[in-house]
Write a protein that binds this ligand. Structure first.
Ligand SMILES: NC(=O)c1ccc[n+]([C@@H]2O[C@H](COP(=O)([O-])OP(=O)(O)OC[C@H]3O[C@@H](n4cnc5c(N)ncnc54)[C@H](OP(=O)(O)O)[C@@H]3O)[C@@H](O)[C@H]2O)c1
Length: 217
């Protein structure tokens, strides 16, 4: 008996994530999980899609909340599912006129867009099917040219950069913001840029790590 294919989209109660779920429901021959950090917003989004004849499944998932992540993963394991498509879409962006402090903006943006996305992905790796696809939604803001310091750009694109060094590098940005250091000429002014540059570096690294998986079978 053939296995039901599975797609998971994070942060899918609205925006791009919702649109991706909608397209997958129409065109993908498998089960599509719409996930959201807020259960009410997520179930409402699911209902909207169901009322137009589509059939998404719902799961609560806040990628910054380890209990939520563990519960989600336990569900995948208990249902004996292998994930064929994981779309890491959940993300935050503070607008230029946001009232929150710079420190808060840096903390949250780096937490959601980089650390939580990366840690969630690492937790999901054992549950990905052979040949499964992980799509990390980045941004043109994640282009390395958006980082002013050449030294930093070299570090981010170094073939030798390890996962642990990448995490330390991104954390050092948050520390500099917390210390109120003058970093405009080094990191630039946008935590969003740093979060997506970090996510891109992780994506290249992960691709190198797992692209050969299953090739010799
Ligand atoms: N829209 C663009 O022009 C654009 C361009 C380039 C890249 N992107 C990227 O595309 C992705 C989606 O952007 P969007 O424009 O569709 O944004 P959006 O409309 O603000 O949607 C973001 C989604 O992420 C969710 N989210 C935030 N924190 C989360 C968390 N901790 N756990 C789980 N979900 C969380 C939000 O949930 P709540 O509703 O509960 O807040 C929402 O569902 C982001 O990664 C963004 O950086 C967007």
């Amino acid at each position: 008996m053939s296995r039901t294919k599975i797609a998971v989209v994070t942060g899918a109660n609205k925006g791009l994530g919702y649109a991706i779920v909608k397209i997958l429901c129409k065109e993908y021959d498998g089960k599509v999980y719409l996930t959201s950090r807020d259960e009410t917003r997520g179930t409402q989004a699911c209902e909207e899609l169901r009322s137009s004849g589509l059939s998404p499944e719902y799961q609560q998932l806040d990628i910054t909340d380890s209990d939520s992540v563990l519960k989600f993963i336990k569900g995948v394991r208990d249902r004996n599912e292998e994930v064929d498509i994981l779309v890491n879409n959940a993300g935050v962006l503070f607008l230029k006129d946001a009232k929150e402090s710079k420190i808060h903006q840096a903390d949250i943006t780096i937490l959601v867009n980089f650390f939580s996305s990366v840690i969630f992905t690492e937790n999901m790796l054992p549950f990905m099917s052979e040949g499964g696809r992980i799509v990390n939604i980045s941004s043109s803001s994640g282009h390395l040219s958006r980082i002013p310091s050449e030294t930093l750009r070299k570090k981010f694109k170094s073939e030798d950069l390890t996962f642990s060094e990448l995490k330390k590098l991104v954390l050092s940005y948050v520390e500099s913001v917390r210390q109120n250091e003058e970093i405009s000429d080094v990191w630039g002014d946008s935590p969003y840029v740093v979060s997506k540059v970090g996510l891109n570096a992780y994506t290249f690294m992960l691709n190198k790590r797992i692209s050969s998986r299953g090739k010799d079978k």
